[in-house]
Design a protein around this ligand. Structure first.
Ligand code: SF4
Length: 244
């Protein structure tokens, strides 16, 4: 099966493991193997094109998120250049002497996961909320909430692995270590980007939670920039299939 020409070698190494939303299920060996074990999963391959369109639309929402964050910065008297410099979590892994799980970026990702839970708990307590947003979201929030929930606990382990890769020397060469760290950091960055995009959609639909939504957007944006400083080659990393 692995030698089939349509399959993209190694596409599953730097993916987000969200097969239901993946545009490459028909070209992924990992998916095929799992499909053999689970009845009906083959049907997902019919959604590859739709999923591609879904992520393109989320890309537009990311532009909106960036615009929102710039507006917040202006409101708080920050110049755009100041905002770019503001990367509080960027201690280089090479000089970091502790467990990768304690790296400031990892801690920020964990904090984000908690902020998400808090946001939904508060939203469910609002007087005009009849049913839990997570269980019965309004149609306009269904997809952004799915995105937020999928990546809520995904970013932390990816960042731990990216930092760990540099610390442990597990890989056989320095360049291999560097590449794996960048590839993993890129997956984390994409998860952050998509979460930012989803939160910007929530912001528009849920004005009563404006302040806490903005806090989340600013926190995620700061984490995004910190990861870019830590892994400057991550954005340019070519993930098999997705970027090439
Ligand atoms: S590449 Fe896509 S189909 Fe394959 S495991 Fe990753 S998310 Fe699933």
């Amino acid at each position: 099966m692995a030698s089939e020409p349509d399959l993209i070698p190694g596409i599953y190494i730097y993916c987000d493991r969200w097969c239901e939303r993946c545009a490459f299920t028909s070209r992924c060996l990992q998916f095929r193997l799992e499909a053999e074990e689970r009845e009906g999963v083959e049907a997902l391959q019919n959604f590859d094109a739709l999923n591609l369109q879904f992520w393109e639309e989320m890309g537009e929402a990311l532009v909106q998120a960036m615009r929102l964050i710039r507006e917040i910065a202006v409101r708080e008297g920050l110049e755009s250049a100041d905002l770019q410099k503001e990367t509080v979590h960027s201690e280089p892994p090479e000089t970091f002497q502790h467990d990768a799980r304690e790296h400031p970026c990892a801690s920020a990702a964990l904090l984000y996961a908690g902020m998400v839970n808090e946001w939904f708990a508060i939203a469910d307590e609002l007087p005009d909320t009849e049913e839990s947003l997570l269980i019965h979201p309004p149609p306009s929030l269904e997809e952004p909430i799915q995105v937020i929930r999928h990546y809520q606990y995904f970013i932390y382990p990816k960042l731990v692995r990216a930092v760990e890769g540099r610390l442990s020397g597990e890989a056989s060469s320095e360049s291999e270590m560097e590449a794996d760290g960048c590839g993993t950091a890129k997956v984390a960055l994409i998860a952050i980007d998509r979460s930012l995009a989803a939160w910007s959609l929530i912001y528009g639909e849920y004005p009563s939670e404006e302040d806490s939504t903005l806090s989340i957007l600013v926190h995620l944006d700061r984490l995004r920039r910190s990861v870019e400083v830590l892994f400057p080659a991550a954005r340019a990393f070519i993930r098999p299939g997705f970027d090439a």
